[in-house]
Design a protein around this ligand. Structure first.
Ligand code: ADP
Length: 445
């Protein structure tokens, strides 16, 4: 590589020596040689820098020596970078094509919620166009305060809202953070069809339940009167049977109405400090009365005295469902323990029994409406099949989760886990919400 340079320098030295020997002009010759040599280097340095600056193609015929090597390497690097650029632009084209075919709106938000990129569907669903809206803040284009709030915090669930472009469209939006620059990928899906089907289903169930409630109350009223007037034992038996079926229907309707009310309202209407120890004490007493003839051993352990911020009626409904289930779905002499304890910074309610347990395959489906492990036995024991669905809804409305563990022959444990932000230190007795007004759903059992 350095051979050419050495030859040049040696040549200059030899010519200077000959010049000195013949005419005594070594210095001028040496200077002229060095100037020519440096000029040649400067010329190539300039050419290279010019080629890098302008992106001009370097000549394929490389000069000799060090510059030849530099030119060759620069040529190879350029060729590689051109190839990479072509590959990248092919990839980008494919990405843009697939993003354009994507039916959901996809928007990349950068720092300060500024639009960095979006696909064409974002225009149809959210009214954001790219590149026209690039650099604009999201709130300048979509002025929806609920959506703005949704973007500020990390959410696991999607948000449903009306499209700002077409008021008939319902969109489901979810946001995923990514990248080191705190970017966010917002995906909005058109869920109009399923939203209206779901609303129709909810409305139908609510309306049907509502319509059935009044005639059923009348029928039950008449049956109760009729029961007192019946002297024949056979008629009395059939009246009692009709009455118990009417009561069951009333309970089912009541549970359906409770569920549809919870589905309809996003959050509980009234929330206050709920005295959980007091509430559990009253539920356990009711469960003891319910288990009077079955010799269940029910105990209450209160290891935490904190209260919950929530809706007293809904919490009573959920907790009593779990405790009464432990009585109704287990054989006599079962030991049941109800426990309110701290769990990390939060708290949990555990209802554990050593009854027959539930086969593992049923556990994931227990909170579905009308799902029963043993339909005949559950109906016999007065269950509507909606209890655990109500529990799940109530807990979701209180930022809590239900965990079910069970083993056949060993018993079941139902745990409600509450987040720390829902817990409050006990306040003055007068301000604690009265539990007496709470719903008495299964008390009649
Ligand atoms: P139900 O009104 O029938 O009690 P739920 O939704 O409350 O309806 O419960 C669903 C099913 O889960 C019940 O039918 C029963 O089979 C089962 N189950 C609930 N709790 C227990 C328990 N503690 N032990 C055994 N099975 C249970």
């Amino acid at each position: 590589m350095l051979r050419f340079e050495l030859i040049c320098l040696t040549g200059i030295a030899v010519v200077s020596a000959i010049g000195e020997a013949l005419w005594g002009i070594a210095i001028p010759l040496l200077l002229a040689g060095i100037v020519a040599y440096c000029g040649w280097h400067l010329y190539h340095l300039f050419r290279l820098s010019d080629a890098i600056r302008t992106g001009k193609q370097l000549p394929a015929a490389f000069p000799a020596g060090l510059w030849g090597v530099v030119y060759k390497n620069a040529y190879i690097l350029k060729k590689r970078s051109r190839k990479r650029k072509r590959r990248l632009s092919r990839f980008l084209r494919r990405f843009t094509e697939s993003a354009s075919a994507f039916p959901d709106a996809a928007v990349i938000l950068g720092q300060g919620k500024k639009v960095e990129w979006c696909n064409p569907a974002a225009g149809e669903l959210l009214g954001i166009s790219w590149p026209q809206d690039a650099g604009q803040t999201f709130s300048q284009i979509v002025a929806d305060p609920i959506l703005q709030e949704f973007l500020e915090v990390e959410n696991e669930k999607a948000l449903e809202f009306t499209s700002p472009v077409d008021q008939r469209k319902i969109l489901s939006v979810y946001v995923t953070p990514f990248g080191k620059k705190h970017q966010q990928l917002l995906i909005a899906r058109d869920v109009t069809a399923s939203y209206y089907v779901d609303r129709m289903r909810r409305d139908f169930v609510a309306n049907a339940s509502h319509e059935l409630r009044t005639p059923l109350t009348v029928i039950r009223g008449f049956l109760e009167v009729w029961k007192t007037q019946n002297d024949s034992p056979q008629r009395l038996r059939s009246t009692e049977l009709m009455l118990s079926q009417a009561r069951r229907m009333e309970e089912t309707i009541q549970d359906l109405l409770t569920l549809s009310r919870m589905e309809h309202d996003g959050l509980p209407a009234e929330e206050a400090a709920v005295d959980v120890p007091g509430l559990l004490d009253s539920i356990v007493k009711e469960a003891m009365a319910l288990a009077e003839n079955s010799d269940h051993a029910i105990s209450l352990v209160l290891e935490d005295n904190r209260h919950l911020h929530g809706n007293a009626a809904e919490l009573r409904d959920a907790f009593s469902n779990l405790v009464f289930n432990a009585v109704r779905h287990t054989p006599p002499h079962t030991v049941i323990q109800v426990k309110w304890t701290a769990h990390g910074n939060g708290a949990q309610l555990t209802v554990a029994d050593n009854g027959g347990g539930i086969p593992r395959r049923h556990i994931p489906r227990l909170t579905e409406r009308f799902y029963r492990v043993d339909s005949a036995r559950s109906r016999e024991s007065g269950g509507t099949g909606l209890g655990l669905a109500i529990v799940k809804h109530v807990l979701a409305r209180h930022d809590a989760e239900l965990e079910i563990s069970s083993e056949v022959g060993a018993g079941s444990t139902f745990t409600c886990m509450f987040a720390p932000q829902r817990l409050i230190e006990p306040v003055d007795k007068d301000t604690v919400v009265s539990q007496q007004s709470a719903m008495q759903r299964k008390q009649s059992l």
